[in-house]
Design a protein. Structure first.
Length: 222
């Protein structure tokens, strides 16, 4: 087992930051290829903000690992409640129509419901083992659900790229991917202020924002 002195030495801090930046680049590229530019900007920005918050708080020393794991898992659990609404109301196809990107529901499920939870479990283990890189991943989650979920309240105000005046769901092929059930949630067309995930967006925001506040409040104790 490594000691904190080894895990958090100046050299280890440089290595961890380099690895974190590499992961951000890799994640952004994968999202750009598999989803499209707008979601990549939102998620990528969350990762970058999380990186600098990590540097300002628990990069150099862990902050109460057990409590950090608790608030992290609470945020992730709340995120899954939120994603249930997104899946049920076809968040991916709605984003496809909004931004003309290939984001079918099965791809949403593969990435956000099945693939990323593996990372969440490993992150919780890493936090308990006081591994610095795990704290970076936790920050990425805190900033994403903690702050970026507010975008759900903006999406209904944006005119969709595909058939903005048509209030009915459409089916189209985007970048070679056939996408069905693309609803129009533009308030100017439907008269309804809603976008898939909007009702539950605040649920992961609560523990996410609390985690950000708590970590910054206790950064000097680290």
């Amino acid at each position: 087992m490594f000691t904190d002195d080894a895990l958090y030495s100046p050299r280890a801090q440089i290595v961890n930051q380099a690895v974190a930046l590499g992961l951000i680049v890799l994640f952004v590229v994968m999202l750009k290829i598999n989803v499209g530019v707008p979601p990549t900007i939102i998620v990528g920005a969350s990762a970058i903000v999380g990186f600098f918050c990590w540097r300002a708080t628990n990069l150099r020393r862990p902050i109460a690992p057990v409590k950090t794991v608790i608030v992290f898992l609470l945020t992730v659990a709340a995120l899954h409640v939120h994603m249930l609404e997104e899946h049920t109301c076809l968040f991916g196809p709605s984003m496809s129509r909004l931004f003309n990107i290939a984001f079918p529901d099965d791809r949403f499920m593969q990435i956000f419901v099945f693939a990323l939870p593996t990372l969440y479990y490993l992150t919780a283990i890493g936090l308990l083992l006081r591994i610095p890189l795990a704290a970076f991943v936790a920050w990425f989650i805190f900033i994403g659900p903690g702050i970026a979920e507010f975008t759900h309240f903006i999406f209904p105000l944006i005119s969709p790229a595909l058939e903005p005046g048509n209030a009915s769901a459409i089916t189209a092929t985007i970048n070679g991917v056939r996408i069905e059930g693309m609803e129009n949630h533009f308030i100017g067309t439907t008269g309804r202020y809603y976008f898939p995930g909007m009702y539950t967006a605040v649920i992961p925001m609560i523990p996410g924002i609390y985690s950000v506040w708590w970590l910054f409040r206790n950064r000097k104790a680290a």
